[in-house]
Design a protein around this ligand. Structure first.
Ligand code: IMP
Length: 213
C-alpha cells in the first residue's frame, strides 16, 4: 500500500559483506531479478556514518543507486543486547575489528555482560537481531522495511553455520542457535510458517510492499 513497485530487471545489492550478499541472494531467488553486487560493479563502500539502521541502509542504497543508475537494495543490520543498552547495534561489524574477528566480538559481549552481572546488574540475557532494508531508485525515491527477531544471548557460542553473531543467538521458540541452523531454517520462509530471521522478516515486508501485485 503506497509503496512503489520494483519492476523485474537488474537490481544492485549494495553490500560488500559476503555473508549478507549470500543471504540476500537466497531471499531474492524466487523473484527472478538479475542481481549484481556493489563489489562486482566496483562501487565504493560508503562510510557508515549514520546513527540509525535506517540512515546507514540509506547511505549504502543511495550511493549504489547513484553510482550504478539502477535500483539498489541495502541491508543494515546488527545484534542488539538489551543489558548493554542495545550494543553492539549499528556498531556490530565494527566490534569485530579490521580482521572481522567475530569470535572476539562475541567474547567482548560476554565479558561486558559478566562485568555488569558481577556489579549487580539483573541477569538479563535477552537480545535481538535487527535488519533494515532500504530500496533506492536512481531518481531518489526510497522505501524502508524493518525486521526484528528476539531471543536469548547464549554462552558459549554454538554452531558453525551462518555468520557474525549467529552462534550466540537462540531465537525464541527454538532450542538451537542461528549458528546451528541451515539457511532454510534460519530464514524460516518455507510453507506457511512465519519468517524467522530479522532479514527474512524485512524481506517479507519488502516483497509484500514492492514486489507483489
Ligand atoms: P552492517 O554491514 O553494518 O549491516 O553490519 C551488520 C553486522 O551485524 C554484521 O557484520 C554482523 O556482525 C551482524 N549481523 C547482521 N545480521 C546478522 C545475522 O544474520 N547473523 C549474524 N550476525 C549478523
Amino acid at each position: 500500500m503506497g509503496h512503489r513497485k520494483l519492476e523485474p530487471g537488474k537490481l544492485v545489492v549494495a553490500s560488500h559483506n559476503k555473508g549478507k550478499i549470500r543471504e540476500i541472494n537466497e531471499l531474492l531467488a524466487p523473484y527472478g531479478f538479475d542481481v549484481v553486487s556493489a563489489g562486482e560493479l566496483n562501487l565504493p563502500e560508503p562510510e557508515e556514518t549514520g546513527t540509525t539502521f535506517e540512515a546507514n541502509a540509506a547511505l549504502k542504497a543511495v550511493a549504489a543507486a547513484e553510482g550504478s543508475g539502477l535500483p539498489s537494495l541495502a541491508d543494515d543490520s546488527g545484534f542488539c543486547v538489551a543489558a548493554l543498552g542495545g550494543d553492539p547495534g549499528i556498531y556490530s561489524a565494527r566490534w569485530a575489528g579490521p580482521d572481522k574477528d567475530f569470535a572476539m566480538a562475541m567474547r567482548t559481549i560476554e565479558e561486558k555482560l559478566q562485568t555488569g552481572f558481577s556489579s549487580g546488574a539483573e541477569q538479563n540475557r535477552r537480545g535481538s537481531f535487527v535488519a533494515v532494508l532500504c530500496l533506492a531508485w536512481p531518481d531518489g525515491h526510497q522505501e524502508y522495511f524493518r525486521g526484528e527477531v528476539e531471543g536469548d544471548v547464549v554462552w558459549p557460542p554454538r554452531g558453525t553455520e551462518g555468520f557474525g553473531y549467529d552462534p550466540m543467538f537462540q531465537p525464541d521458540g527454538h532450542d538451537r542457535t542461528f549458528g546451528e541452523m541451515s539457511p532454510e531454517e534460519k530464514h524460516g520462509l518455507s510453507d506457511d510458517r512465519e519468517p524467522l530471521s530479522h532479514r527474512a522478516r524485512a524481506f517479507t515486508l519488502f516483497a509484500e510492499g514492492c514486489l507483489k501485485g
